[in-house]
Design a binder for this molecule. Structure first.
Ligand code: NDP
Length: 247
C-alpha cells in the first residue's frame, strides 16, 4: 500500500525524482521533496497539493550530512513518521578519462556515492528503531555494464549495486524489516545530460537519448510497484529502459 506512507525523494526537482514525487502524491503518499533548486521544488509541491495531495519540500544538498538529517526531521515533524526514502539525486558529467576532468570525477563520487551514504545514515536510526522502512536507490544500466566515457559515473553506480545488496542482507540478518530496491534505468528523458561539458561525449549521448529516450514516468511506475508490495516482500533489483534500446 502506498496511501499514507511518508516518502522522502532526493533529486526531486526534475526528471525521475519529480515524476516519482507526483505519482506517489497522486497515489496518496505524503511526499517530502529534496534537491538544491527550491524554486522548482516549490512549483512541484504546489502542483501536488493543488491536486489534493500532501507534499512539502526542503532545500537539500545530499553531500551535506546535516541537510540529510534535516529532511528526515522535516518528514517526521510534518507527517509524524517516515516509511520510504528514494535516494535518487545524481549527476552524470561523462567524459573520457584522458580529458582529466577531475572536478567532475570528484563531484560524481560526492553526490552519487557519498550522497547515498549520507541519506542512509540519516534514515537508518529511524528505520532500525521502528523495525520497518524502505530504502530505494537509483543506480543505472551504467552500474551493470561498462562503457567508454562513463568510467567514473559507472563506478559510482556499480558501487550502489554492492552497497544496496549488503544493506538488504544485513537488514534481513538483523531482523529490522528494512526493504531495499535498486533501480537500473537505461535512457530516460530528463535533465541528466545537462552537466556533460565534453562536446563529443554530449553529442554522442544526446543522439542516443533522442533516438531511444522514454519518459521518467516509466521509472516512477517501477518505484511505486516496489513500494506497493506487501511488507514481507522485497523487489531487490529492476532494470528498466526503452524496449528498442539495444545496449
Ligand atoms: P535530472 O538531472 O533531471 O535530475 C537529477 C536530480 O538530482 C535533480 O533533481 C537535481 O536537483 C538533483 N541533484 C543533483 N545534485 C544534487 C545534490 N548535490 N544534492 C541534491 N540533489 C542533487 O536527471 P535524472 O532524473 O535522470 O536523474 C535521477 C537519477 O537517475 C540520477 O541518480 C541518475 O544518475 C539516474 N539515472 C538516470 C538515467 C537517465 O537516462 N536519465 C539513467 C540511469 C540512471 P538540483 O539540481 O535541484 O539539486
Amino acid at each position: 500500500m502506498i496511501k499514507d506512507k511518508v516518502a522522502i525523494i532526493t533529486g526531486a526537482s526534475s526528471g525521475i525524482g519529480e515524476a516519482t514525487a507526483k505519482l506517489l502524491g497522486r497515489k496518496g503518499a505524503k511526499v517530502v521533496l529534496g534537491a538544491r533548486r527550491a524554486d522548482k521544488l516549490r512549483q512541484i509541491v504546489d502542483e501536488i497539493t493543488g491536486e489534493g495531495g500532501h507534499a512539502v519540500f526542503r532545500e537539500l544538498d545530499v553531500t551535506r550530512q546535516s541537510d540529510n538529517d534535516a529532511i528526515v526531521k522535516l518528514a517526521k515533524d510534518t507527517f509524524g513518521r517516515l516509511d520510504v526514502i528514494f535516494l535518487n539525486a545524481g549527476l552524470m558529467p561523462n567524459s573520457p578519462l584522458s580529458a582529466l576532468k577531475t572536478d567532475d570525477w570528484h563531484q560524481m563520487v560526492d553526490v552519487n556515492v557519498k550522497g547515498v551514504l549520507n541519506g542512509v545514515a540519516a534514515v537508518l536510526p529511524t528505520f532500525i528503531g521502528q523495525k520497518s522502512g524502505h530504502i530505494i536507490a537509483t543506480s543505472s544500466v551504467a552500474g551493470l555494464k561498462a562503457y567508454p566515457n562513463g568510467a567514473v559515473y559507472g563506478g559510482t553506480k556499480w558501487f550502489l549495486r554492492d552497497f544496496m545488496e549488503v544493506l538488504r542482507m544485513e537488514s534481513a540478518m538483523e531482523g529490522t524489516n528494512i526493504r531495499t530496491a535498486t533501480i537500473y534505468p537505461a535512457a530516460i528523458n530528463t535533465e541528466l545530460l545537462s552537466t556533460i561539458s565534453q562536446r563529443d561525449t554530449l553529442a554522442q549521448m544526446q543522439k542516443t537519448y533522442d533516438q531511444y529516450g522514454i519518459s521518467p514516468d516509466r521509472i516512477a511506475n517501477v518505484v511505486a510497484f516496489a513500494i506497493e508490495q506487501p511488507d514481507d516482500t522485497t523487489i531487490n533489483e529492476l532494470t528498466v529502459g526503452p524496449a528498442d534500446q539495444p545496449w
